[in-house]
Design a binder for this molecule. Structure first.
Ligand code: ATP
Ligand code: MG
Length: 175
Protein backbone atom coordinates (compact mmCIF):
# COMPACT_ATOMS: atom_id res chain seq x y z
CA UNK A 1 0.00 0.00 0.00
CA UNK A 2 1.23 3.49 -0.82
CA UNK A 3 2.19 5.92 1.92
CA UNK A 4 2.17 9.72 2.02
CA UNK A 5 5.82 10.69 2.54
CA UNK A 6 7.88 13.84 2.96
CA UNK A 7 11.36 14.84 4.08
CA UNK A 8 11.60 17.19 7.03
CA UNK A 9 13.87 18.65 9.63
CA UNK A 10 12.72 17.76 13.13
CA UNK A 11 12.28 20.59 15.64
CA UNK A 12 14.35 20.30 18.81
CA UNK A 13 12.65 20.58 22.20
CA UNK A 14 14.04 24.06 22.93
CA UNK A 15 12.75 25.40 19.62
CA UNK A 16 9.41 23.67 20.25
CA UNK A 17 9.04 25.63 23.47
CA UNK A 18 9.85 28.93 21.76
CA UNK A 19 7.35 28.12 19.00
CA UNK A 20 4.64 27.22 21.53
CA UNK A 21 5.19 30.55 23.23
CA UNK A 22 4.86 32.38 19.92
CA UNK A 23 1.75 30.35 19.09
CA UNK A 24 0.02 31.39 22.29
CA UNK A 25 1.10 35.00 21.75
CA UNK A 26 -0.53 34.87 18.31
CA UNK A 27 -3.68 33.25 19.69
CA UNK A 28 -3.95 36.02 22.29
CA UNK A 29 -3.49 38.58 19.52
CA UNK A 30 -6.58 37.20 17.80
CA UNK A 31 -5.58 34.38 15.47
CA UNK A 32 -8.33 31.80 15.65
CA UNK A 33 -7.17 28.77 13.76
CA UNK A 34 -6.36 25.18 14.58
CA UNK A 35 -3.20 25.25 16.67
CA UNK A 36 -0.68 22.73 15.44
CA UNK A 37 0.46 20.53 18.35
CA UNK A 38 4.16 20.80 19.17
CA UNK A 39 4.69 17.11 18.36
CA UNK A 40 3.72 17.97 14.77
CA UNK A 41 6.12 20.91 14.36
CA UNK A 42 8.46 20.23 11.45
CA UNK A 43 10.16 21.98 8.56
CA UNK A 44 9.35 20.32 5.25
CA UNK A 45 12.25 19.95 2.82
CA UNK A 46 10.49 18.00 0.10
CA UNK A 47 6.98 16.61 -0.25
CA UNK A 48 6.94 13.25 -2.05
CA UNK A 49 3.20 12.55 -2.18
CA UNK A 50 1.97 8.99 -2.48
CA UNK A 51 4.87 6.52 -2.55
CA UNK A 52 4.60 2.76 -3.09
CA UNK A 53 6.66 0.25 -1.11
CA UNK A 54 8.97 -0.42 -4.05
CA UNK A 55 9.41 3.31 -4.74
CA UNK A 56 10.29 3.76 -1.07
CA UNK A 57 12.86 0.95 -1.16
CA UNK A 58 14.47 2.49 -4.25
CA UNK A 59 14.46 5.92 -2.61
CA UNK A 60 16.16 4.60 0.53
CA UNK A 61 18.79 2.81 -1.56
CA UNK A 62 19.52 5.94 -3.62
CA UNK A 63 19.79 8.16 -0.56
CA UNK A 64 21.62 5.74 1.72
CA UNK A 65 24.66 8.04 1.80
CA UNK A 66 22.78 11.33 2.05
CA UNK A 67 25.06 13.91 3.64
CA UNK A 68 23.43 16.11 6.24
CA UNK A 69 25.09 19.52 6.51
CA UNK A 70 25.14 21.65 9.64
CA UNK A 71 21.84 23.45 9.45
CA UNK A 72 21.38 26.69 11.25
CA UNK A 73 18.34 28.81 10.56
CA UNK A 74 16.90 32.03 11.91
CA UNK A 75 13.12 31.91 11.90
CA UNK A 76 12.26 35.57 11.88
CA UNK A 77 9.14 36.29 9.84
CA UNK A 78 5.47 35.29 9.81
CA UNK A 79 3.83 33.96 6.66
CA UNK A 80 0.12 33.82 6.02
CA UNK A 81 -1.23 31.70 3.18
CA UNK A 82 -4.89 32.54 2.82
CA UNK A 83 -6.23 29.51 0.94
CA UNK A 84 -5.40 26.90 3.59
CA UNK A 85 -5.35 29.59 6.30
CA UNK A 86 -1.80 28.68 7.25
CA UNK A 87 0.12 30.85 9.67
CA UNK A 88 3.76 29.82 9.67
CA UNK A 89 7.03 31.07 11.01
CA UNK A 90 9.53 31.40 8.19
CA UNK A 91 12.99 32.68 7.46
CA UNK A 92 13.77 35.84 5.57
CA UNK A 93 17.07 34.30 4.55
CA UNK A 94 17.43 30.68 3.43
CA UNK A 95 20.90 29.32 4.33
CA UNK A 96 22.67 27.99 1.23
CA UNK A 97 23.16 24.49 2.67
CA UNK A 98 19.47 24.23 3.53
CA UNK A 99 18.35 25.39 0.08
CA UNK A 100 20.72 22.93 -1.58
CA UNK A 101 19.50 20.03 0.55
CA UNK A 102 15.84 20.81 -0.19
CA UNK A 103 16.57 21.17 -3.91
CA UNK A 104 18.49 17.87 -3.98
CA UNK A 105 15.58 16.01 -2.34
CA UNK A 106 12.94 17.71 -4.49
CA UNK A 107 14.89 16.97 -7.69
CA UNK A 108 15.39 13.35 -6.69
CA UNK A 109 11.62 13.04 -6.21
CA UNK A 110 10.86 14.68 -9.54
CA UNK A 111 13.42 12.60 -11.44
CA UNK A 112 11.91 9.41 -10.06
CA UNK A 113 8.27 10.09 -10.78
CA UNK A 114 7.29 11.29 -7.31
CA UNK A 115 5.57 14.58 -6.48
CA UNK A 116 7.02 17.49 -8.51
CA UNK A 117 7.51 20.63 -6.41
CA UNK A 118 6.54 23.68 -8.43
CA UNK A 119 7.16 26.42 -5.90
CA UNK A 120 10.46 27.90 -4.78
CA UNK A 121 11.59 26.47 -1.45
CA UNK A 122 10.42 28.62 1.46
CA UNK A 123 11.50 27.18 4.79
CA UNK A 124 8.72 27.48 7.37
CA UNK A 125 7.12 25.82 10.37
CA UNK A 126 3.34 25.81 10.36
CA UNK A 127 1.79 27.08 13.60
CA UNK A 128 -1.92 27.37 12.66
CA UNK A 129 -4.23 26.05 9.99
CA UNK A 130 -7.64 27.32 9.03
CA UNK A 131 -6.77 30.77 10.36
CA UNK A 132 -8.39 34.00 9.29
CA UNK A 133 -6.20 36.78 7.90
CA UNK A 134 -3.30 38.06 9.95
CA UNK A 135 -4.02 41.17 11.91
CA UNK A 136 -1.97 44.19 10.78
CA UNK A 137 -0.37 44.75 14.18
CA UNK A 138 1.45 41.41 13.90
CA UNK A 139 3.85 42.74 11.29
CA UNK A 140 6.69 42.90 13.82
CA UNK A 141 6.18 39.46 15.37
CA UNK A 142 8.37 37.70 16.36
CA UNK A 143 10.35 40.32 18.22
CA UNK A 144 13.32 37.95 18.36
CA UNK A 145 14.16 35.30 15.76
CA UNK A 146 13.80 31.70 16.88
CA UNK A 147 17.08 30.02 16.10
CA UNK A 148 16.83 26.47 14.86
CA UNK A 149 19.77 24.13 14.60
CA UNK A 150 19.41 20.70 13.09
CA UNK A 151 21.77 17.79 12.71
CA UNK A 152 19.32 15.38 11.13
CA UNK A 153 16.95 14.87 8.24
CA UNK A 154 13.93 12.61 8.56
CA UNK A 155 11.80 10.71 6.09
CA UNK A 156 8.28 11.07 7.49
CA UNK A 157 5.04 9.29 6.82
CA UNK A 158 1.83 11.26 7.24
CA UNK A 159 -1.16 9.32 8.55
CA UNK A 160 -4.64 10.33 9.60
CA UNK A 161 -5.03 9.32 13.24
CA UNK A 162 -8.15 9.62 15.41
CA UNK A 163 -7.03 13.06 16.64
CA UNK A 164 -5.95 14.36 13.23
CA UNK A 165 -2.85 14.10 11.11
CA UNK A 166 0.19 12.36 12.67
CA UNK A 167 3.71 12.14 11.35
CA UNK A 168 6.02 9.22 12.04
CA UNK A 169 9.71 9.02 11.27
CA UNK A 170 10.61 6.15 8.92
CA UNK A 171 14.31 6.92 8.64
CA UNK A 172 16.71 9.43 10.13
CA UNK A 173 19.97 10.62 8.59
CA UNK A 174 22.32 12.17 11.11
CA UNK A 175 25.33 14.37 10.73
P1 ATP B 1 -3.50 17.92 6.58
O1 ATP B 1 -3.26 17.95 5.08
O2 ATP B 1 -4.04 16.63 7.06
O3 ATP B 1 -4.28 19.09 7.05
P2 ATP B 1 -0.65 18.33 6.68
O4 ATP B 1 -0.76 19.23 5.49
O5 ATP B 1 0.24 18.77 7.79
O6 ATP B 1 -2.07 18.06 7.32
P3 ATP B 1 0.21 16.43 4.79
O7 ATP B 1 -0.76 16.98 3.79
O8 ATP B 1 0.38 14.96 4.85
O9 ATP B 1 -0.19 16.90 6.25
O10 ATP B 1 1.58 17.13 4.50
C1 ATP B 1 2.81 16.76 5.11
C2 ATP B 1 3.80 17.87 4.88
O11 ATP B 1 4.01 18.07 3.48
C3 ATP B 1 3.35 19.24 5.40
O12 ATP B 1 4.47 19.98 5.81
C4 ATP B 1 2.72 19.88 4.21
O13 ATP B 1 2.79 21.28 4.27
C5 ATP B 1 3.60 19.37 3.09
N1 ATP B 1 2.82 19.25 1.85
C6 ATP B 1 1.64 18.63 1.71
N2 ATP B 1 1.21 18.69 0.43
C7 ATP B 1 2.13 19.39 -0.25
C8 ATP B 1 2.27 19.80 -1.61
N3 ATP B 1 1.38 19.52 -2.53
N4 ATP B 1 3.38 20.51 -1.94
C9 ATP B 1 4.31 20.81 -1.03
N5 ATP B 1 4.25 20.45 0.26
C10 ATP B 1 3.18 19.76 0.66
MG1 MG C 1 -1.86 18.87 3.71
Amino acid sequence: MAQRLFFALPVARTSQLALLKLQSQLAQAGIHGRMIPATNFHLTLAFLGSVTASQKDALLARLADLTVPDLHLELDTLHYWAKPGIVALGARRTPIALGQLATQLQQDAYQHGLHPTRHAFRPHITLFRGASALLPDLAHVPEQPIVMTSHSVELMVSVNGPAGVEYHCLKRWQR
